[in-house]
Write a protein that binds this ligand. Structure first.
Ligand SMILES: [Fe+2]
Length: 202
């Protein structure tokens, strides 16, 4: 299967970008160098789509060069069906760098992130359903389903802050992904109920 870099925007459209080839660096591309490069890009570039397009090749470089990060996940909890392991934490460090595992049979809420996000699939297959806001006077949180996309290992998907999705692991194996998020604006981060056409902040 050919790998892709996908960018999803708040209209539920997705486009491919960039190159998925990775050149082996002369020296190991370690997590601390990645975090430094990440900070530099975020300081220099304010457009979220362009941030995603600039950061994604570095995520590929990191996960290929520091390949052991791909094993740094916890199995999904038997109770919740998922797990989150932070790869880097520091006092007032505002970004989220984590490994997420989901058990088969789970399905997420329909949500946006209120910040830019990049998810690199490492194991398993995951369906991403994409939605867009379609508000009416009576139903300000009305959504329309736009499309869906199945991601496999080696695919990377980026989301702008208003992009709305729902993820569901496919098959019998847990999905494992590397997830990177910017600084969340909690006033704009919603979980949606499509049946009721409502949304709540989370
Ligand atoms: Fe998400």
């Amino acid at each position: 299967m050919t790998n892709h870099n996908w960018l999803v925007t708040e209209d539920g459209q997705y486009t491919t970008f960039g190159n998925t080839d990775v050149q082996a660096p002369e020296r190991v591309y370690r997590l601390y160098r990645f975090l430094t490069d990440l900070e530099d890009i975020l300081a220099d570039e304010s457009d979220n789509s362009r941030r995603i397009q600039k950061i994604t090749p570095l995520v590929r470089q990191l996960l290929t060069s520091s390949y052991w990060l791909q094993m740094e996940y916890d199995p999904p909890s038997a109770k919740t069906g998922w797990s989150v392991k932070f790869l880097y934490r520091e006092y007032e460090f505002p970004l989220t760098v984590q490994m997420v595992a989901w058990a088969p049979g789970q399905v997420s809420t329909i949500h946006n992130h209120g910040t830019w996000g990049i998810v690199a699939m490492i194991g398993g297959e995951e369906k991403n359903r994409l939605w867009r806001r379609s508000p009416t006077a009576e139903q300000p949180h009305r959504l329309e389903a736009v499309d869906e996309k199945v991601l496999g290992p080696g695919d990377i998907i980026g989301f702008t802050p208003g992009a709305i999705h729902q993820v569901q692991p496919l098959g019998d194996e847990p999905t494992v992904s590397f997830n990177l998020y910017g600084v969340t604006d909690y006033k704009t981060r919603y979980a949606y109920d499509v049946e009721a056409q409502t949304a709540k902040l989370f």
